[in-house]
Design a protein around this ligand. Structure first.
Ligand code: MN
Length: 284
């Protein structure tokens, strides 16, 4: 299933089942409601009712898509998890880590798949990172890599928007440079795990104003998504709706100095999962 959060006009947030270029409102299905995060642990039991829902249908381009999960308890990201990207980061002065490098994106940075990205007033080093994002489906701790797929509800496209000079230089950790408001576009909808044959064989690309900047596949991760879940759950309980950005491939703007500017349109896409398309605007 592909499940989106959306609204029409000035209407309230609803959940919808995406099928091709239409979306069917499923919020009135008993047990569904308007929070995708809330139903993730019981999504399988709701499947038949969702797939046969008789709710209002809309053309996909007539609705406003929201972040599929806009209020996770945690939004974690792994740094330098693709080989060539790790090398470009090393050349920028960030040493290649010898273990999984984790940081938080504050959840207040999350925006929808078509929302604007703010170019901060305090930086000219606004950068992009297309990533496969994993959404956790059930509360879990101490998950072995071999069992990790069973705790995944599904997948999103993420743009881990990054303010390079606020990573390490203007602040000694990644937390601030990863957490500016609007720097967490997610979506365009949750594609449930059963629809993805192999999440480690997905092609991903990112364009700026139509020019390809990143074009890679998820099979090049240093630590795959199952190793990531195992490592994190040695430390913390993961909760339904928690979002994990699993790393970006090479092609970010930092090595060449080609950062994002006001007016740019950034498109981040993963085969089978859809695309984010966000315009850069000056921070209001
Ligand atoms: Mn990243």
């Amino acid at each position: 299933m592909k499940i989106a959060r959306f609204h029409v006009g000035t209407g309230p947030t609803r959940l919808g089942l995406v099928d091709g270029d239409t979306i069917t409102d499923i919020s009135d299905v008993p047990g569904v409601g308007t929070s995708l995060r809330a139903i993730l642990p019981v999504l399988d039991s709701l499947r038949d009712a969702i797939l046969t829902a008789g709710g209002e249908r809309h053309p996909l381009d007539a609705v406003v898509l929201e972040a599929p999960v806009d209020d996770p308890q945690k939004y974690l990201g792994i740094g330098m998890n693709y080989r060539e990207h790790a090398e470009e980061a090393r050349q920028a002065g960030i040493p290649i880590p010898t273990s999984q490098l984790w940081f938080n994106k504050q959840v207040s940075c999350i925006v929808g798949p078509r929302d604007d990205i703010h170019k901060p007033a305090v930086s000219d080093e606004l950068d992009y990172e297309v990533e496969l994002a994993v959404v956790i489906g059930r509360r879990c701790r101490h998950v072995a890599p071999a069992d990790a797929r069973s705790v995944i509800a599904g997948y999103l496209v993420a743009n881990d928007v990054s303010v390079r000079d606020w990573l390490m230089k203007r602040s000694p950790t990644f937390t601030l440079g990863k957490s500016f408001d609007t720097h967490g576009p997610l979506g365009p909808w949750l594609t449930t795990d059963d629809e993805v044959a192999d999440p480690l064989a997905l092609r991903m690309r990112l364009t700026v104003n139509g020019e390809v900047r990143q074009d890679w596949t998820t099979d090049d991760m240093i630590y795959d998504i199952y190793e990531q879940i195992a490592y994190l759950t040695q430390v913390m309980t993961l909760m339904p709706g928690d979002v994990i950005a699993t790393g970006t491939p090479s092609g970010i703007g930092a090595p060449t100095g080609r950062f994002l500017n006001v007016g740019d349109v950034v498109r981040a896409e993963i085969d089978g999962l859809g695309a984010l398309e966000n315009r850069v605007v000056a921070e209001p």
